[in-house]
Each structure stands twice: as C-alpha cells, then as structure tokens.
Design a protein around this ligand. Structure first.
Ligand SMILES: Cc1cc2nc3c(=O)[nH]c(=O)nc-3n(C[C@H](O)[C@H](O)[C@H](O)COP(=O)(O)OP(=O)(O)OC[C@H]3O[C@@H](n4cnc5c(N)ncnc54)[C@H](O)[C@@H]3O)c2cc1C
Length: 405
C-alpha cells in the first residue's frame, strides 16, 4: 500500500502531525518503535503536561537560543493560542497555572496523548506500534521506509523520532541516522535542560526546597555569566528553571556563586544581623538569623557550610563570623562536578542542522518530500511549555505544506 505520508515516531510531533494529517484528509501511517505512543509526552510536566505558555508568541524566539530565527515561522503558523483553541475545541480544556504555564485542566498528560491518538485514527490514518524505522530510501518521487518487519511506501516522509534525551521513552537518536541517510548533517547532540551535580554537596538536607536566587558563574576565575530565577535544591545538587534553562552554558569546574537573597545587598543584610544581635542576643543563630523566604533547614545547611556552629547564641557572633554569614548568604560558592547526561536531560541540543531545512515549510533542502519536526531538529527551548509547542507547531507547519502540494 502506498500512503500520502509516513510519519516516523508517535511522540508529540508525530501525533500532532497525524492529527493534522487526518483533518487534511491525508492517507498516512505512523511508525512507532515502542509498544505505545507518546511515552515522553506522558512524562512531560511531571505527568501533568505543560503544553505551552501564555506569553505573547512574539516574545518567544529568544527562548530557543541560536535557533530563534528558525522557530519563528512555525510558531507563528501554529501559535500558543491556536494550540489552546485546538485542544479546547477537541474537548480538552486548558488553563494557565498562574505563572504562564498552560496545562490541561485535568492535569493529566494521558488525556493529551489519548486525544491526539484518537484524532490520528479518526480519518485515513493508522499507527503501527513496535515498528522501528531503520532506513529511508527515495527512488524518483517515492519514499520507502524499511523497518525490522517490512517496508512502507509514501510520497512524503516526516521524521519525528525525537532527539536523544530520556532514551527510555524511545528517542535514542534514530532521527539523526535516518536524516543522515538522506544527506543531512547532524549538529553533535548534547544534553540540555539538565540538573547540575555538586560533589560533595552540603545541602542534601534541603532537597526539595525551591526558591528564587541570583547566580553568578565564574570560569577560571573570570565572571562569565549571571542568571536569576527559581532554583530547586536536589539530593545531589541543583535543578529548577534557573539551572535547567542555563545548563547548556555550564561546564564541569564552573563556580556557581549563589545569592540566596536576590536584591539584598551586604549593607542591608549586615544591618539586619546587627539589629538581631542587639534585640535577640540570647537566641541561637538559626532563630536569630531567620530570614523571610529561607527555610530553617537551608539556613542550617548554609551555616554549616560557613562553619558556623548552630548552637552559638547571636551575641557570640564575632565580627569575622558575621562576615562569614554575609558571604554564605550572598555569595555561596559551589563547584559544578558534572551535568546530567542524556538520561536526565529533558531535551537534546543539537540534531538535524537547521541550515538544511526550510523554516517556512519544515521540508528538507537536501531531499524534496522529506520533512523533519520536533526535537529531531537542532532546536531546544527553555522550560515552560516551549519545547512541546515547537514540536506541535513544526509538525503543523510540515503537514500544512505537504497537504497543499
Ligand atoms: C521528563 C520530561 C519532562 C518534560 N516536560 C515538558 C513539559 O512539561 N513541557 C514541554 O514543553 N516540554 C517538556 N519536555 C520536552 C518535550 O517532552 C519534548 O521536547 C517533546 O516531547 C519532543 O517531541 P518529539 O515528538 O520531537 O520527540 P519524542 O516525544 O521523543 O517522540 C519521538 C518518538 O519517536 C519514536 N521513535 C524513535 N526512534 C524511532 C524509530 N527508529 N522508528 C519509529 N519510532 C521511533 C520514539 O519512541 C518516540 O515515541 C519534557 C521532557 C522530559 C524528558
């Protein structure tokens, strides 16, 4: 049987492409190597699926780093507002969590996956699970996709087999082999949106704590970067948006100088400490130094890091000890031991080179009729719904173009 389109991968991009292809009346099949669709979609947003973001779409491109120009036509073709209307009209209400991140009201990523899969199968589409694409051949205008079990033919192929992160969800880098087989160059894939590990890590007792911080990064004693945002303390180091979104710019050996009190300067903190020594001299350090927004366990961990004894009374704080306290609160230094690998990275940076793909159609410049969407491409966005939206938008753009041909 000859299809209009073969979609390789039933992840976010592949399923969305299928839903759009169904709506366009195309005859298509999706080949999915796992025994069910969308395993990464199911894991997204801790199982709640942060589909997209409410921020004005025109402000999005810088959130994709150097791919900012490439992502624009896809994002404008199928915007965050289009996506929310699409899901709502299909019976899946969505809502802004309050911080711009948009989720299904049910907070269940399974609802998103199941709805997309249902839409794929509504028209002339089929999904073949446990069917791994191994190579793609093009003869004349006809593509043949070879799997472990057989061959499939179509006039168009969409590679939507994802990147290399979280290989347990099925994306193990096959997009690159398949695209390279048709002449594409691959920008070396590296893990992105990863936590950092610090060894030894002195704040294990505060794991699970999330708070806003200001981080200055030093490399070989030179200041190279500064970020602010929400940090999550883990058992072995740091995560949360401020780390994940900037992990692509960090390397082992970097020193993270953290201010736990962003916006507060040395003088203000020193006055606070001196006042508390005067007013609460008999209190122990953790109660006398309690600061709004700093949980007790974290304060104790930081006092320990500064080698200040938690049993001391406030009026026993010497001038040097006070300076040590100011330093640990406003300029705590942690050396990055390592970054998470592909098993912990939420996305992959690198992938099919953007120079070889038409950003206005998602069609390959190397091989007519071949399209590429989602994380297979050298596009990685920040956390907050930007990666799923790109997967959906790029898939929608690709299908629109092939349907118009
Ligand atoms: C834990 C986690 C949480 C995340 N949370 C969010 C979030 O809340 N919001 C957000 O925007 N982004 C989030 N992301 C990122 C987002 O999930 C991905 O960017 C997005 O799913 C990529 O979609 P994709 O379709 O390109 O690739 P994938 O979803 O990885 O899909 C690729 C599919 O192709 C299949 N496949 C691979 N090779 C072959 C082959 N040879 N033949 C057939 N099939 C194949 C795979 O099995 C897989 O089903 C998260 C990622 C992770 C890991």
């Amino acid at each position: 049987m000859e299809y209009d389109l073969i979609i390789i991968g039933a992840g976010a991009a592949g399923l969305f492409a299928g839903a759009r292809a169904s709506a366009a009346g195309l005859g298509f099949c999706i080949l999915e190597s796992r025994k069910q669709s969308g395993l990464k979609l199911l894991a997204s947003g801790s199982g709640q699926c942060n589909l997209t973001n409410a921020l004005d779409i025109h402000s999005w491109p810088p959130r994709y780093g150097k791919a900012h120009r490439f992502v624009k036509p896809a994002l404008l073709e199928w915007t965050n507002e289009d996506l929310v209307s699409f899901f709502e009209q299909a019976g899946l209400p969505c809502e802004d969590r309050g911080d711009g991140k948009i989720f299904p009201v049910s907070r269940n990523s399974r609802d998103v996956r199941d709805l997309l899969q249902k839409l794929c199968l509504q028209g002339r589409g089929r999904i073949f699970w446990k069917e791994t694409a191994r190579s793609i051949e093009k003869k004349g205008s006809l593509f043949t996709v070879h799997t472990d079990k057989g061959t499939y033919s179509a006039s168009h192929v969409l590679i939507a087999a994802g990147g290399k992160s979280y290989p347990s969800t099925g994306s193990s880098g096959d997009s690159y082999t398949l695209a390279a087989g048709l002449g594409h160059s691959i920008v070396t894939p590296v893990p992105a949106l990863t936590p950092v590990f610090i060894s030894p890590f002195p704040l294990t007792g505060s794991s699970g704590t999330a708070l806003p911080v200001d981080i200055t990064v030093f490399r070989e004693h030179r200041k190279v970067n500064r970020f602010e945002g929400d940090l999550l303390i883990t058992h072995k180091g740091f995560s949360g948006p401020v780390i994940l979104n900037n992990s692509r710019d960090l390397i082992p050996g970097d020193e993270l100088h953290i201010s736990w009190l962003p916006g507060m300067n040395r003088e203000d903190l020193d006055s606070f400490v001196l006042q508390n020594i005067r007013e609460s001299g008999k209190k122990s350090l953790p109660s006398g130094l309690a600061l709004k927004g700093i949980p007790d366990t974290l304060l104790r961990g930081l006092l320990k890091k500064a080698e200040l004894d938690c049993e001391l009374k406030m009026n026993q704080l010497s001038r040097n000890m006070r300076q040590d306290f100011l330093k640990v609160m406003l300029d705590s230094c942690f050396t990055v031991g390592s970054l998470g690998g592909f098993n912990q990275a939420m996305v992959t940076a690198g992938g099919v080179s953007l120079k070889e793909v038409n950003a206005r159609t998602m069609e390959s410049k190397k091989c007519g009729g071949l399209y590429i969407a989602g994380e297979a491409l050298d596009v990685d966005g920040e956390t907050g719904g930007y990666n799923l939206q790109f997967a959906f938008s790029s898939a929608a753009l690709a299908v629109k173009n092939m349907a118009a041909r």
